[in-house]
Unconditional design. Sequence first.
Length: 379
Amino acid sequence: MEIGALRSGPDGTYTRGDVLRSQVLEAFEEAGITLEQIQAGIEERSLTLDYLDQFYPDPGPRSGHTYAEFEASLGPRARLLAPALAALGLPHPSGAVAMRVPAEQALRSFLEAWDMTDDDEVVARAAHLAGEGVRAMAEGWVRLFYEVVSRPLLERQAPLEEVVARAVLPAERVAAVAPELIGWLLQRHMQRAIDELNVEDMERELVRRGRTSAAPTHAPAVAFVDLSSYTQLTEELGDESAARAAVRLSRLADRAATAHEGRVVKLLGDGVLLTFPRATNAVHAALDLAATPPDRGLPPVHAGVAAGPLISRDGDVYGHTVNLAARIAATAAPGQVLVSETVVAASTDPAAGLVFEPLGRRRFKGVARPEAVALAGRR
């Protein structure tokens, strides 16, 4: 190729790396970066495309089918393909696009596995769960690598040889470990989820047969934990610093949840939603986070905790208890953990080590009646 990005072999053929480089060049052009600009970067030794095949994922061999042919081969399941791709976060290709073997195998197997009911939404939900998790990991890893490896080299205008030496091999290792880690981690989480579901089913069956006491002595609880003055932090220090603070909060929240038998349900920009088997667990975790010292790089946090029935679906939780915890959290001052009356009622055991200061009843948007709120602390 004229700009020197692609170089055919003696027999006129091109390598997988050349295919990747041509795709990257197309992406540059679509973004408005001209071939002349790329050529200047290559000639000035400020840019190279020579090492893309070392860390770009291998798309696999072509299957010999177009997308339209593959779609037709699915038979009745063809109706599920486009919604599944959208839910996975992938574009819908044109019918003439050449398919790859791994893509065909993965999509066919996925549709066969989840086409188990008359409700097509089940397939889309399964695809969305997979797509969101993997997309977040992929984008997060790429951005993290750029932050800690690539950008410092670029900011001090390191020579191309140093950039290659210090960035290419680490990038290759990161790219290589991702599939292995995802496979292993998915198995571990699936095993835990299956075990939890089996235990729940067994407990319900034992109750139905009168073999054990029906009702639990505690209700599950949720905690909303938010960064105070997040908007101000963004304005003063910029989006990146604010994003780092949110990441630190998520890490601390995960540790607090694990220490108190809970789990992080999801991140919410400047906050995090957690669930716990008992109200006391949720309050202790929220108090731990509220006590985070300023030297951890976080502005003060505030939290709201509520206990009661939860609706669980696709790893998320919904319902009145979740809404109430969010409304309570929004009224908490920096450093405060406010709780609902159901939390206070479930935390009366002195062994829990908690104290509550009643703050009276408050009205919350979307909540039918005024709710009693209390300020939580430790003895």
